[in-house]
Every structure is written in structure tokens, then in C-alpha cells.
Design a protein around this ligand. Structure first.
Ligand SMILES: [Zn+2]
Length: 433
């Protein structure tokens, strides 16, 4: 006997971006959508009411560092280099495994509350991240971030080797909801010799790669000074680019670099809010889309955002994309919503991001009974330009209800917040000691 879940009486955003009145019938055991159509509630074991609501694919946050929720509001209003060196890295040097456990749970509550069902995480103490993902019921692609600058040879090699070992250890955890990647931080923070030694090993292990690319002009200049080429060419020469690779940012990416990304099938996780806040620059997103690059959206860490509400990124991506292209028609509403759903799922290699039979049952139900979502000329426009994470009523991942009527089921949200406050205070006290 299969357990079924029916999402009833709502309107459904289809893969073609039509909005239809339909129920969604889900195989809760397999975590798959069985059927989308009228009157499917029938004998479903469980129902989720979507009256006056829009059923959309769960959002996919394709780049971030979940534990950085503990540093939300700790340091703002600085450029990336100063912010990292003066505030973030000293604090991260003091992080414990328990901090990661607590910070990732805080992130999970926020993600579920705002309709995100899958996320990417580049951090440390990955075992703790995996436990939090398992408990939350979310889907994630996780990895250990490698930095070799400032380390001796042995420590640098150990760090890269750990990223591969961790990726092999946890791939398929949490009933398959956890997938992994090898995550060298960026071309300028990992030495060439370590890329040369370990990228072939990562490829042998058969796991994807994820790294930051072209986030600021300063970082591009560093690669140019060292190797005499643009970072995308440098990364390509090292074998870093492939179809299962996705990069974060791609802010200052020129036409030849975009062509290389398109040729290699490498996806880009665009992080518009973080790029604006750190004044990193405007990524040429419409040019990437025109070249056939898959573009996803990410919040990046909460300390440079400062929240994990991906509805903000949808709106920011549309608006910043227009500004970057000097064209109000660039990165339109549908395009921005697609980046946050199917674009993210494609970048992370999940069969999610579309509400159709056979796809993962990952979805968000948006309450349309709100002044800021009235009138209903165009619901896709509302998702892009007017909706907020707090409009999400229900969140479903892998066929299981993670939030019902704004009540997160896996965690006691108040207890998670209380622990996060304690851990954040002691963490910055250690960093400032
Ligand atoms: Zn990042």
C-alpha cells in the first residue's frame, strides 16, 4: 500500500507556466508526483488544502553557507574583501561542529518557512549539515569548502582530500535527499598545484564540483596577475568546468567566458542580493541566458543578504538583470521564477522544479489572500514582483509535508532560535577575545 498525499483545490503553476485549477496527487513513500488534474483527492491518505492558493515548485537555493545565519547582522556595509578578512574569517575560525548543527537548523527553519525545498551548502563539519538536512526533511547538495591559501602543503592537501572523502561518504544520505559535491572555494583561494592534483581525483569519484567564480574584479585581477588569463579560462584549463559543475556568482564575466560556460554546460548560481550588498557588481544574466547557460538563484550566506527568502532573489534578479542589460525587458518575470525553480533543480542535478507526473514532489503553496497579491491579473508576475516568503502556507519536500499552515513540523522554531542566539553570542565572543 502506497501512502498518498493530495494537494487539493488550488491553482497549479505548470511546467509551461500556465496556471490551471487542479489537484496534485503525490506518492508520499516514493516522494514523487503521481498526477496533476481535477478531482484527485479521492482516497488520498492525507490532504493539504490549497484553496485560494497557488501551488508552485519548491524553490531551490543554489548557493549558500547555511551556518552563516549565526553571523546575520554581525558585520555589514563593507566590500567583500574587507568584510571577509576583518569580520567573517576570524569568526569562522572559531566555529565548532555544534555551531554548524545549530546554524544549519536555523537556516532550515527559514528555508522551509519561505518555500525553499532544496539548497546547496558549502561549509565545514558537513556531517552536522547532513544531520540537520535529514531532520528537516529538506533536499540538499552539500560539500566541504576547500581553502589552501595560508596553509602549509600538508594542511592544504588534507583539506582538498577531505572535501573528496566527505563527498563520497555522504552522497545519498537522508534517503537520497542529500547529494554531494567537491567544493574548492574559488580559483584565487586554492593553489594551482592542488587543483592539478585533486580535480582529477574528484572527477574519478564521480561527484560534481562547485566553486565561487568572478565574484569581484579584485579576484579576477589576482588570477590575471598569476596566470595571465581570465578565471573562467583558468578554471577550464584545470578541468574544473563540466556539465555537473555549477559556479556561484559569475559577476564580472565577459563574452568569451560566457561562451566557455555555455560550451561546457556549466551552470551559474546568481546571487543578486549578495552582489548588490557587497557592491560586487552586476552579473550579465540576460547574456548568459541568451548564450544557453543554465542560471539558478542563490542567497549566498545570510551574513551578506541578510535572509534566506528566495522570493527576494527572484525580484532582485529581475530588477538587477534589467539594470545590467539596460533593458526593462531583460530577465522577465517568468525567467526569474524559472531560475529559482527548474534552473536551480537543473544546476544541482535534482529532478525537481516542475510540477508534473514523475518529478520529485517538492512544492510550495502560496497563500494568495493578501492585499499585496491583489488583484490577480498575472500570478507569475506576483511571484516575481510582489510575493514574499511569508506568503507560503505549506511546504512539501520528497512527498512529505514540512510545513502545514505556516507550522514547521520538524523543529520547534522557538527552541531553534533560542539555541541560535546563544551560539551566535558565544561564537562572536570567542572571535573578539
Ligand atoms: Zn558564497
Amino acid at each position: 500500500m502506497t501512502d498518498t498525499l493530495a494537494v487539493t483545490d488550488g491553482r497549479v503553476l505548470t511546467p509551461a507556466f500556465d496556471v490551471i485549477r487542479a489537484d496534485v496527487l503525490i506518492d508520499a513513500d516514493a516522494g514523487e508526483i503521481l498526477e496533476v488534474g481535477p478531482d484527485l483527492a479521492g482516497d488520498a491518505d492525507e490532504t493539504l488544502d490549497a484553496t485560494d492558493s497557488l501551488v508552485m515548485p519548491g524553490l531551490v537555493n543554489a548557493h549558500g553557507h547555511a551556518t552563516m545565519t549565526l553571523l546575520r547582522g554581525y558585520a555589514d556595509d563593507k566590500n567583500l574583501e574587507d568584510w571577509l578578512q576583518e569580520d567573517i574569517w576570524p569568526a569562522e575560525a572559531e566555529l565548532t561542529a555544534e555551531d554548524v548543527a545549530v546554524g544549519t537548523r536555523l537556516a532550515a527553519v527559514e528555508l522551509i518557512r519561505s518555500g525553499t525545498t532544496a539548497f546547496a551548502d558549502m561549509y565545514f563539519h558537513v556531517g552536522e549539515v547532513v544531520d540537520a538536512v535529514r531532520e528537516a526533511g529538506l533536499r540538499a547538495r552539500v560539500g566541504h569548502g576547500v581553502v589552501t591559501v595560508g596553509k602549509d602543503d600538508e594542511a592544504a592537501r588534507d583539506d582538498f582530500a577531505e572535501s573528496i572523502a566527505v563527498a563520497e561518504e555522504y552522497d545519498g544520505a537522508a534517503a537520497g535527499r542529500v547529494r554531494t559535491a567537491v567544493m574548492p572555494h574559488a580559483p584565487h583561494t586554492v593553489g594551482t598545484e592542488y587543483f592539478e592534483e585533486f580535480v582529477p581525483k574528484a572527477r574519478e569519484a564521480g561527484v560534481p564540483l562547485h566553486f565561487h567564480l568572478n565574484e569581484t574584479e579584485t579576484y579576477i585581477d589576482e588570477i590575471d596577475a598569476e596566470a595571465g588569463v581570465r578565471p573562467t579560462e583558468y578554471a577550464d584549463d584545470l578541468g574544473l568546468l563540466a556539465e555537473d559543475t555549477w559556479v556561484a556568482h559569475g559577476v564580472h564575466t565577459d563574452a568569451s567566458e560566457i561562451e566557455t560556460l555555455a560550451e561546457r554546460g556549466t551552470s551559474v548560481a546568481h546571487c543578486p542580493a549578495s552582489n548588490m550588498k557587497l557592491a560586487s557588481g552586476m552579473a550579465p544574466i540576460q547574456d548568459m541566458l541568451d548564450a544557453g547557460v543554465t542560471v539558478a538563484l542563490g542567497t549566498d550566506g545570510a551574513a551578506s543578504n541578510n535572509d534566506l527568502d528566495l522570493f527576494d532573489e527572484i525580484r532582485d534578479a529581475a530588477m538587477l538583470g534589467k539594470l545590467a542589460a539596460d533593458d526593462a525587458a531583460a530577465v522577465d518575470a517568468e525567467t526569474a521564477v524559472r531560475m529559482a525553480t527548474e534552473g536551480g533543480a537543473d544546476a544541482l542535478g535534482f529532478d525537481s522544479g516542475r510540477i508534473e507526473a514523475g518529478a520529485n514532489a517538492d512544492l510550495a503553496v502560496v497563500d494568495l489572500e493578501a492585499a499585496h497579491l491583489t488583484p490577480e491579473h498575472d500570478l507569475v508576475s506576483h511571484l516575481a514582483y510582489a510575493a514574499r516568503g511569508s506568503d507560503v502556507r505549506h511546504t512539501v519536500c520528497d512527498g512529505k509535508v514540512l510545513m502545514r499552515d505556516r507550522d514547521v513540523l520538524a523543529f520547534d522554531g522557538d527552541a531553534v532560535r533560542e539555541r541560535a542566539q546563544e551560539h551566535a553570542e558565544t561564537l562572536v565572543a570567542r572571535a573578539e577575545d
